[in-house]
Design a protein around this ligand. Structure first.
Ligand SMILES: [Ca+2]
Length: 190
């Protein structure tokens, strides 16, 4: 082989190798993953548990302790007994009501009443729609129970939104206070 031919072949080989090397490094890597796209906002159908945000009552025993708003928020009475962290009426032998408001209206399925002194004198539980309409979901007679007690009132999911609860207690046969520490509302957003 002539030297010129050898040089020509060598030059071609160098060019081919160089182009292969360049091609390898510059070839775009095909996309193998889909970019993260945030899911469209959806209304969850999971249960929402809420503690009361507001509370009023037919009467209140104290000026800071035992007032209606002591039944807002999560339970904070550590053990059964007469405790200022719960709501108590002004008298011990009356029929009284406690009305609670919740931040997020839900299609309700359950109300749980935390009673930390003299349960269970609950005689009615009503649900309140945002427009003020009320629906009775529980009625009963005063039935003394061990203290403390959670009175759970479950019912088929409402067809209307619920933003409040009214609890009626009957202390006429008790002649002592029946105190409510907290009230949880459970439901779904749709
Ligand atoms: Ca409380």
């Amino acid at each position: 082989m002539k030297p010129n031919t050898i040089r020509l072949i060598s030059a071609v080989l160098v060019l081919v190798l160089a182009s292969l090397a360049c091609g390898t490094s510059s070839t775009p890597v095909p996309a193998t993953s889909v970019p993260n796209v945030p899911p469209a906002p959806t209304v969850s159908n999971e249960a929402v548990n809420q503690w009361a945000a507001t509370a009023t009552a037919s009467s209140e025993f104290g000026v800071s302790g035992w007032i209606a708003t002591q039944a807002t928020g999560a339970p904070d009475v550590p053990e059964c007994g007469d405790n200022a962290g719960a709501w108590a009426a002004s008298s011990t032998d009356t029929v009284e009501w406690l009305q609670l408001g919740y931040t997020t209206p839900v299609y309700a399925t359950e109300v749980v009443i935390y009673i930390t002194y003299n349960p269970d004198y609950v005689t009615a539980v009503e649900l309140i729609e945002p427009n003020g309409s009320t629906h009775t979901v529980y009625t009963g007679h005063p039935t003394p129970m061990d203290c403390p007690d959670k009175v759970t009132v479950s019912f088929p999911k409402t067809t209307y939104l619920v933003s409040g609860v009214i609890i009626t207690i009957d202390q006429t046969t008790l002649n002592d206070w029946s105190e409510i520490d907290a009230v949880q509302l459970t439901g779904t957003l749709r």
